[in-house]
Design a protein around this ligand. Structure first.
Ligand code: ZN
Ligand code: ZN
Length: 365
């Protein structure tokens, strides 16, 4: 079973032949068909998120269920599934509320091992970790069954894959978390895979003014294609001032930080009008802090919230996003700039980090 493995930070992924055990009780084996290349993988490669290695990376993917362990009933062999990068127990306080993304029921085992604490993949007999208990840059994945969700079979594989992270996170942040109102104005900071999905989520929600900012003009061109009504090159213009100019001096109703940085979080808060809502979407490095102004928040009654995984419920919302994609109400085709074979994956990360692609997807099997 070939997989892309990170063995040391700041080194290329290695395509290695791993030994894989079959699924135990409550687990499934999935033949991966497509897996997106995401900044979250890059945060592990470059050491922003220090995690134990070796680890199979990849967390945005889709495939076919080929084997079920004992007691699995949510999917069957042959189902087309999208992976969720959050496992959940089904009975903690968050699961009981339907907020499975926040589940705390499996916190006693590491997030890169199965729920019994053991690994399913090995290299020369030594355990290899799986990112988010999945590790989808693999020909096959054995993982907890609740981390796969069956979806319609006519959905193209690459489209299914990106629903699992960037589409869910970006569109979900708008329609599930912020619940943007029709006619609203909003700012999106960063036009990568997540930011572009915030833009198209905003269009879906009926926002009137959709302002996208980035440092790269080619990404601003993407944002326009996905529905941005205005764009700002943050390297050349004062973003907050431009947003105020475009909103009769008030500032935006909503601002989404799709980057995940201290400066961008403050920019989001500065760019919203009094009574506005700033939303942190991109996942920052563990040491990042943001100097927010409590006074500005009080006087302006501003709201600052975080959203993890777009605050979606994967078991319900993957199917909703699949339908929206098939009805062309969100555009997944134009998001996918490039596809790669598994052994081209390092080129995929090079193009991602230079901003050359909207989304790149590794095609397998
Ligand atoms: Zn991701
Ligand atoms: Zn739970």
């Amino acid at each position: 079973m070939r997989a892309a493995v990170l063995t040391a930070i700041d080194t290329p992924l290695q395509i290695l032949d791993l030994e894989q055990e079959g699924p135990k009780a409550g687990e499934v084996r999935v033949a991966v068909k497509a897996a997106g290349v995401c900044m979250s993988d890059w945060h592990i490669i470059n050491g922003d998120w220090p995690l134990p290695l070796p680890m199979v990376l990849g967390h945005e993917a889709a495939g076919i269920v080929v084997e079920r362990g004992e007691g699995v009933s949510n999917v069957k062999q042959g189902d087309h599934v999208i992976f969720s990068f959050r496992s959940h127990c089904g009975h903690c306080r968050y699961c009981a509320e339907g907020r499975t993304v926040l589940c705390c029921g499996h916190n006693d085992t590491p997030r890169w091992r199965m729920h019994d604490g053991t690994a399913r993949v090995r290299l020369n007999g030594e355990p290899v970790n799986q990112m988010a208990r999945i590790g989808t840059f693999s020909e096959q994945v054995v993982c907890p069954a609740e981390q796969v969700v069956a979806v319609r079979k006519d959905l193209p594989w690459a489209h299914a894959a990106i629903i699992g992270c960037s589409v869910a996170t970006g569109v979900g942040a708008v329609i599930r978390h912020a619940q943007v109102k029709a006619g609203a104005s909003l700012l999106v900071i960063g036009c990568g895979g997540v930011g572009l999905n915030v833009v198209q989520g905003a269009r879906l929600a009926g926002a009137k003014t959709i302002i996208a900012c980035d440092l790269l003009d080619n990404k601003l061109d993407y944002a326009k294609a996905f529905g941005a009504t205005h764009t700002i090159n943050a390297g050349k213009e004062d973003v907050v001032k431009r947003v105020q100019d475009l909103t009769s001096g008030f500032g935006a109703d909503y601002a989404f930080d799709a980057i995940g940085g201290g400066q961008t979080a403050v920019m989001a808060l500065d760019a919203v009008a009094a009574g506005g809502h700033a939303i942190l979407v991109g996942i920052p490095g563990v040491t990042v802090k943001a100097p927010v102004s409590p006074m500005q928040m009080v006087y302006g009654e501003k709201k600052l919230t975080g959203t993890y995984y777009g605050s979606i419920r994967p078991a319900l919302d993957f199917a909703v996003l699949a339908d929206l994609a098939m009805e062309r109400r969100i555009d997944l085709e134009s998001l996918i700039s490039r596809t790669y074979a598994l052994d081209q994956i390092n080129e995929g990360f090079r193009l991602l980090t230079t901003g050359a692609v909207a989304r790149g997807v590794v095609m397998l099997n």
